[in-house]
Design a protein around this ligand. Structure first.
Ligand code: GMT
Length: 378
């Protein structure tokens, strides 16, 4: 198949999922065309089946808000026509689904029928999409999609709850490439971070409000008071300065390292003992799955789709949003007993295998074929 993928090219989960999916489809012999405003961060190698088409937004002085959605729709028209794509797959509803809809209508005037699939990732539904500023457009463009997928059952239910959706939503969960994300401990790296054999806790995110990164620091301070430990904070975003200040205020800054945005997350995960995800909301929690694939158990909240990923008492523990004491207490429970920690690590990997790319990729391929077939009948 010839597949067009639209996504945010950043470190965010939806962009990572879209890019990893595109790379895997190209490996399987499909031709994959990324259409976005920058080279996606994980699109870091050459393949004869991978193509990147940049969306350039003209910045005429009249435009206080340059119209990216129009530029994207125009680029999609161009790429579909000249690369003869079979299907478009847009990740994150805003503004990708409405741009795809517009491109589809324009292409119809050229006699081209292109189906498009929208994958809902989370905040496009739970935060931004549900805002009245965007709601009518999001509702419309989901309903006009030829196929809709969601990354968890919980997100699917939220979508039906918040919007008037007439479409079937197919759950295709996020996935992990276990060939890349596996446990390859770098002893010298571990020694540099935890020279006395301290336990290593880790958090990765975009440090947005929804991630409650301040809770990560509070949980760590409680754990650190009982268990010799270090905390790695991976990523960057608006709440990072607050976290740095909190670490100082709580007297743990010498045990916390802010690593910024990192490409080789799997190397950091591989030296870690416990992943912290105290999010306010999380449709799936891809970062937690990346940790689990590297044998790292997870302490998380029970928000959104997290209970579909993190299994209470098996891969880690889940507590209510804001229950810092409860999450710290469970973290200590896992870390204080070496045999118990090892068991949780094994369980984390066992469970992560259920989300192996090899299992999920055929679900997408079958869905593409089904949507393409259906659209030929209309
Ligand atoms: O979590 C973010 O802020 C990034 C966001 C995105 O769209 O890039 O992540 C969402 O999509 C990920 C991939 O499907 C999911 O794993 C995250 O749980 C989801 N984030 C939220 O729902 C807050």
């Amino acid at each position: 198949m010839k597949i067009g993928i639209v996504c945010y090219p950043t470190f965010g989960g939806s962009g990572v999922v879209a890019t990893e999916l595109g790379k895997a489809l190209a490996d399987r012999g499909h031709q994959v065309h990324f259409v976005t405003y920058n080279q996606p961060v994980r699109l870091d190698f050459f393949s004869e089946n991978l193509f990147y088409h940049e969306v350039a937004v003209s910045k005429y002085p009249l435009f206080e808000y340059p119209p990216y959605e129009l530029a994207l729709a125009s680029r999609l028209v161009d790429v579909v026509r000249f690369e003869k794509l079979d299907v478009l797959h847009v990740h994150y509803a805003i503004p990708h689904a409405s741009a795809a809809y517009m491109a589809k209508q324009i292409l119809a005037t050229y006699g081209i029928n292109i189906p498009f699939i929208t994958t809902l990732h989370g905040t496009d539904i739970t935060l931004v999409g549900n805002d009245r500023t965007y709601k009518p457009v999001v509702t419309f463009s989901i309903n006009q999609s030829d196929g809709v997928t969601s990354v968890s059952e919980h997100l699917k239910q939220d979508t039906y709850k918040f919007f008037d959706i007439e479409k079937d939503i197919k759950v295709i969960t996020n996935f992990i490439d276990l060939k890349r994300f596996n446990h390859t401990p770098k002893e010298h790296f571990k020694k540099a971070i935890a020279p006395e054999g301290e336990k290593i806790l880790v958090h990765t995110s975009n440090f947005r409000r929804v991630k409650r990164t301040a809770d990560v620091i509070s949980i760590f301070a409680k754990v650190n008071a009982v268990i010799p430990s270090k905390l790695l904070m991976v990523g960057d975003g608006q709440d990072r300065p607050e976290c740095e200040q909190m670490a100082r205020d709580l007297g743990v800054s010498h045990n916390v390292r802010f690593l910024g945005k990192q490409d080789a997350v799997e190397e950091i995960m591989s030296v870690s003992d416990l992943f912290l995800m105290p999010s306010q909301s999380e449709s799936f929690g891809l970062a937690a799955l990346e940790a689990m694939a590297c044998h790292v158990p997870v302490i998380s909240t029970n928000a959104g789709g997290l209970p579909e990923l993190n299994v209470e008492g098996y891969t880690g523990f889940l507590r209510d949003v804001g229950d810092v004491d409860g999450m710290a207490e469970r973290a200590i429970y896992i870390l204080e007993d070496e045999a118990r920690l090892q068991q949780f690590k094994e369980n984390a990997l066992t469970h992560a295998r259920k989300f192996d790319l090899a299992n999920i990729l055929p679900e997408y391929e079958n869905f593409y074929m089904q949507v393409i077939e259906n659209s030929k009948r209309v």
